[in-house]
Design a protein around this ligand. Structure first.
Ligand code: SAM
Length: 608
């Protein structure tokens, strides 16, 4: 039976129905029906915000009062979420915690989904019961083991449909999901094709054999199937770890009310704020990264806002079907640090990227013209290609991906592309993650210094294009601080004379920089992951690191003071010259208990 048949049948039944026909044809003869008004949607919305609708952006969330930067605007548990396939055996499918030391327990039936304890398994059973059987059928019919588990969009849509049927098609739960925006009538051709594939996969996953079997899930027509997939594509968000690592996908109709801006005043994060006694995790929180005035719309960003305008616009149009008119898109800075070269005369100003149409470019400050703009255009083009290739190769051929990013960073840097420009910043961030993935356990000083320099370049780029408190920027600072605090395998002796200092510094100067960077990171993490969450899991970790590094610095300063007191004739420049990094030495002279030996200067040893 096709959807057209179902509709005809339904219309025929309606025509035969006593209630339907009598109400339709003779409304005044029958006593008025008293019906309870449907329960309103989003009843639990905090009193500080409200939903409004505009012709330009549809539904939206507005603040009703002043919202403070770093404050949680609202938090909620997404009603539907799944882990991505590669994370299934590393995280609990219910509370999304990483495997405890005792390990996760696997569902003995589907052997695919894992839990941290029986409570989590019991809490998931209402939804997993259907999923478990569907996964077993899917695995039995899979042509090979690498496709034995359905991809996360299929599993997520499965949970959405089973949830709708279980809660009831008129329940608030279902109506909130069905009210999410669909772009069925304006799908671009490539989206129509991918939506069709996904729809077929979902129907197979649910073991449905005829379209009418979708009716109990609230899908009554072919258009309904397209709506279902389009709603998922437009409104689903990435389920992330507290450090923004992607873990899976989720749908929250409340979060889905928030519109996009490339210059957002809020962010969506999963800070993991509690030990989860109430079973709230995974808890998604929307946090203000700026002060928000009463009556202001709340915006988050759906895409990577370090990208240049044209790429942002293309991504928003293809996935979300709108042209962004935010401040950054309609009045971009001149030049935009995402598309700029440093001044050829190094005056401190910068020049917009040249383009094929307009190859001439000048420094906006001193007006010096950039020579050889052809070389710049070539570098930008091959840089973009290298970025795509290295992104593809990062898991299958790490050395090759690393070689690509390394070479391209040198080429783009030689054209004087600024660290925040695209694709240099994207290549730098990718290179950093590749270096960290390949980090040897017996790491050398050169390798450590190398990754610190790349991490510093990422921070420099990100701080030019993302506002204070943006999670990506805060996490980049935390990463740099942590790298600077790593024990140096072979610290360089303190530089003699007043020559140019190298980066990163060694010894105590490095420890001081680590401490400053971690303090800055903590300050920003408190904004991005919320003050009430103490900056989330990463914020709390960084706070502990700051305490440790400060203690090390204090121990070092105390050591210096002791030695200076013991050796009254020691000159200041001699103090900085003496550096000894051996554990044995520090212990042997017992000046202070070294917490982190590599950063401690033992003057006495050298003096002897
Ligand atoms: C997650 S929904 C946001 C809520 C949506 N406005 C609604 O009515 O349900 C995403 C969709 O909202 C619309 N949208 C979001 N941000 C927008 C913006 N800045 N300008 C225009 N439309 C926007 C687009 O249609 C987009 O596909």
């Amino acid at each position: 039976m096709s959807f057209t048949d179902i509709r005809d049948n339904r219309q025929a039944k309606e025509a035969r129905s006593y209630v339907g026909s009598s109400l339709a044809s003779k409304p005044n003869d029958a006593p008025p029906l008293v019906q309870d008004p449907p329960e309103p949607l989003f009843g639990g919305l905090p009193s500080t915000i409200e939903i409004r609708t505009s012709p330009e952006r549809g539904r939206a969330i507005y603040s009703k009062e002043r919202l403070k930067r770093s404050g949680t605007i609202f938090s909620t548990k997404p009603p539907i979420y799944v882990l991505s396939t590669k994370n299934l055996e590393h995280f609990c499918s219910t509370c999304i915690s990483p495997a405890p030391p005792s390990g996760l327990k696997r569902c003995t039936k589907c052997k695919t989904v894992w839990y941290c304890n029986p409570t989590c398994q019991t809490n998931d059973w209402a939804l997993h019961r259907k999923e478990c059987a569907a996964m077993q059928r899917w695995a039995a019919g899979a042509p090979s083991s690498d496709v034995a588990v359905p991809a996360e969009p299929i599993r997520c849509l499965g949970r959405m449909l089973w949830g709708k049927r279980k809660r009831g098609l008129n329940s608030v739960w279902t109506r909130e999901i069905d009210a999410m925006q669909s772009h069925r009538t304006a799908l671009p051709p490539d989206a129509a094709e991918s939506h069709t594939h996904l729809a077929h996969a979902v129907i197979r996953y649910l073991s449905l054999t005829a379209p009418e079997e979708l009716v109990p899930f609230g899908v009554n027509s072919a258009a309904g199937v397209v709506d279902l997939i389009s709603r998922f594509a437009t409104n689903s968000i990435t389920l992330t770890s507290p450090s923004l690592a992607p873990l899976g996908v989720c749908v929250s109709p409340l979060v889905a009310l928030i519109n996009h801006s490339c210059d957002p005043n809020a962010v969506v994060v999963f800070p993991r704020s509690t030990k989860d006694p109430a079973g709230q995790e995974p808890e998604v929180q929307v946090i203000a990264i700026r002060d928000i005035s009463p009556g202001e719309e709340i915006f988050t960003s759906y895409i990577d806002t370090t990208l240049p305008r044209i790429q942002r616009q293309a991504a928003l149009l293809s996935t979300y079907n709108f042209s962004c008119r935010c401040r950054l898109c309609s009045r971009p800075p001149e030049p935009d640090p995402r598309e700029a070269l440093a001044c050829p005369k190094n005056c401190g100003g910068s020049c917009p990227f040249p383009s094929e149409e307009d190859p001439l470019t000048r420094c906006v400050k001193c007006k010096s013209a950039v020579a050889s703009t052809d070389a710049v255009l070539d570098a930008l083009r091959i840089g973009q290609e290298a970025l795509q290739k290295a992104t593809r190769l990062q898991f299958s051929d790490l050395p090759k991906a690393q070689q690509l990013t390394n070479n391209m960073i040198s080429i783009l840097t030689s054209t004087k592309a600024v660290p925040s420009s695209h694709p240099l910043l994207a290549l730098t961030r990718l290179h950093q993650s590749l270096l960290l993935a390949a980090f040897p356990s017996d790491m050398t000083q050169d390798a450590l210094d190398g990754v610190i320099r790349v991490s510093f370049a990422s921070v420099t780029g990100l701080t030019s294009v993302l506002s204070h408190g943006h999670p990506a920027r805060a996490l980049a600072l935390a990463e740099l601080g942590k790298l600077l605090a790593v024990d140096e395998p072979a610290p360089r002796p303190a530089t003699t004379g007043g020559g140019a200092s190298t980066f990163p510094p060694s010894g105590p100067a490095r420890l001081r920089l680590a401490c400053e960077t971690l303090v800055r990171a903590r300050d920003e993490l408190l904004v991005s992951f919320g003050e009430r969450n103490d900056g989330g899991e990463v914020g709390r970790e960084v706070r502990e690191m700051v305490v440790r590094v400060e203690r090390e610095l204090a121990a070092w300063s105390q050591g210096i003071r002791n030695v200076i007191e013991d050796t009254p004739n020691l000159k200041e420049e001699e103090v900085s010259r003496f550096s000894c990094m051996t554990y044995r030495c520090c212990h042997a002279f017992g000046h202070f208990a070294p917490i982190r030996v590599s950063s401690i200067i033992c003057i006495t040893f050298e003096k002897k």
